[in-house]
Ligand binder design. Structure first.
Ligand SMILES: O=P(O)(O)O[C@H]1O[C@H](CO)[C@@H](O)[C@H]1O
Ligand SMILES: O=c1cc[nH]c(=O)[nH]1
Length: 236
């Protein structure tokens, strides 16, 4: 057992899907995995291992925000030998040509978090990026499944409720598609410990247009993203 994950050694697969929402983890395990078993209920941050097309896959909730996601990524890699982490999250779009439920494959994550400023003494603006092999597999998989996927960069933000919408407009001018709250930390942690990481997101909100999905939809309905993530995970 690690501090925040109640699994015994060997109970977590080398490939892990990471939704922020632990109940999305439960839904993924129950809907997509065979013989899924819950290995951790610590802090209600549920984790499951089962098989997908005969390959062992785990699903671990990671919570909201970069401090929480970093704890789970760190322990999965360093205490359970996880080599592939695929975040399956939700996001708020900030560009006009994204619609609710569109899927994004994230290639890089800008951030307003100070975590990497601490790592590099404020001297370097480190660029957290996705693993290219995972990204390529996800795009190919999506094409094979006929699921449209937008590849591009996002902002990993500390604030869900911002009062600096002007900065979102500026980021959109620079090609940033959407905002979520974990990927910069996930990509950085994976790079630091030589693991591979990717983020797939489903647009749950349009921040500029004020459009939203329900919490039930965020928990239980973003199947296209999960199918791409699972196919990518078992190919990794
Ligand atoms: O749906 P998840 O994966 O939690 O991701 C997004 O949703 C949460 C905010 O509602 C943040 O964690 C954000 O990154
Ligand atoms: O971080 C997030 C996630 C979903 N929607 C948002 O607006 N922000």
């Amino acid at each position: 057992m690690s501090v925040h994950i109640g699994a015994n050694p060997g109970e977590i697969a080398p490939r892990v899907l990471m939704p922020g929402d632990p109940l999305r983890a439960k839904w993924i395990a129950e809907t997509f995995l065979q013989d899924a078993k819950c290995y951790s209920t610590v802090r209600g941050m549920l984790g499951f291992t089962g098989t997908y097309r005969g390959v062992e896959v785990s699903v671990q909730g990671s919570g909201m925000g970069m401090p929480s996601a970093t704890i789970y990524a760190h322990e999965l890699i360093n205490e359970y030998g996880v080599t592939t982490l695929i975040r399956v999250g939700t996001c708020g779009a900030i560009v006009d040509d994204l619609q609710l439920r569109d899927v994004i494959a994230v290639n890089g994550a800008s951030t307003d978090s100070s975590m990497n400023r601490q790592r590099f003494d404020g001297l370097i603006d480190y660029a957290p990026v996705a693993d290219f092999g995972l990204l390529r597999t996800a795009v190919t998989t999506a094409e094979e499944r006929d699921i449209p996927v937008r590849v591009g960069p996002i902002l990993a933000a500390d604030l869900f409720y911002t009062d600096r919408m002007d900065l979102y407009d500026r980021l959109a001018d620079y090609g940033v598609l959407a905002v979520e709250m974990e990927s910069a930390a996930l990509f950085t942690t994976a790079a630091r410990y030589r693991a591979k990481a990717l983020t797939l997101l489903t647009v749950s909100d349009h921040i500029k247009r004020g459009e939203k999905t329900t919490s039930q939809e965020r928990e239980q309905t973003f199947s296209a993203m999960i199918e791409i993530a699972l196919d990518t995970a078992i190919t990794a």
